[in-house]
Write a protein that binds this ligand. Structure first.
Ligand SMILES: [Zn+2]
Length: 288
């Protein structure tokens, strides 16, 4: 559980890459920017962790030293709506991500549940739920105790991952925590966040179904997003006024409900916009 609202980038910021920073330097560089969260991107991983245990542990150590909250974005090659073989391979990939997350002491492994494809929504949900139960059991056997599994709300109506489905997984299995990607919810429902009240409704829905602790400790992704009839198209920066959702509205709800979410910036300019969001929230607190 995060001790306060925290902000950080999804992956290593471009400016850190320019200065050829090592992974272990990332937490210090984030702290120097006044950021305090980092989502490591394991998005191309297969059945085995694609980093050495010692490197993961070093990142974890440096994160702790610099008071940076770690999470890990799991493999994109996961689809719990596919055939038996696909589901089996997806389980291995998610477990490999969870293994590395445990090494680095990350709090949560974020993942995309998959595309419905030919399956009915109910069948896809049930298949995914069964797989998640097995994964959580396997994690217990492997001694992975500190990592939560985080299914993410998805940005296209063709993807498993409506808010209702994500909360449904969390109701059924302990050790599963929702990942609220606000841009995805916005895109999936063709621009649902127009007023502060639209944000309220989501927060209340989470609280009603999962309880106050769950909503207070939300793990979130935030960026501005462009969408079509098919949902999410691409991400935009905070500067681009033509696109939503508006972080200032979410900030009001965070203050009102006394939430302490971890907010990961998925903007094209990752850390720069994470700083902007942090400042918007701080300003909102000062106005109390
Ligand atoms: Zn994601």
């Amino acid at each position: 559980m995060a001790d306060r609202s925290r902000f950080g980038p999804a992956g290593v910021p471009p400016s850190f890459r320019v200065m050829k920073a090592a992974l272990a330097d990332v937490p210090r560089l984030l702290r120097e920017e006044g950021l305090d969260a980092f989502e490591y991107q394991a998005v191309r991983w297969g059945a085995k962790p694609q980093m050495k245990k010692e490197d993961a542990e070093k990142l974890g150590f440096k994160a702790k030293e610099n008071d940076v909250w770690l999470s890990l974005h799991g493999s994109y090659f996961i689809n719990f709506c596919g055939g038996k073989d696909v589901i089996e391979a997806s389980k291995q990939r998610l477990i490999s991500c969870a293994t590395a997350a445990e090494w680095m002491n990350a709090s949560i492994v974020v993942f995309h549940p998959g595309f419905y494809c030919k399956k009915q929504q109910r069948e896809a949900f049930t298949n995914c739920l069964e797989a998640l139960k097995e994964i959580v059991e396997a994690m217990k056997t492997l001694g992975i105790k500190n990592v939560k599994i985080g299914p993410e709300t998805m940005g296209k109506p063709s993807q498993l991952g409506s808010l209702d489905e994500i909360l449904g997984f969390c109701e059924e299995v302990e050790q599963i925590q929702p990942v609220i990607d606000w841009a995805h919810l916005h895109a999936r429902d063709k621009g649902r966040f127009k007023t502060v009240d639209d944000f309220h409704k989501v927060v209340e829905d989470i609280e009603n179904r999962l309880g106050t602790e769950a909503v207070k400790n939300m793990h979130c992704h935030f960026t501005k997003v462009e969408f079509t009839d098919k949902g999410e198209k691409c991400h935009h920066t905070m500067e681009e006024v033509d696109y939503g959702p508006d972080f200032a509205m979410l900030a009001k709800v965070i203050v009102e409900f006394k939430l302490k979410p971890v907010i990961i910036s998925e903007s094209p300019i990752l850390d720069v916009d994470a700083i902007k969001m942090r400042d918007i929230l701080h300003k909102e607190f000062k106005m109390l």
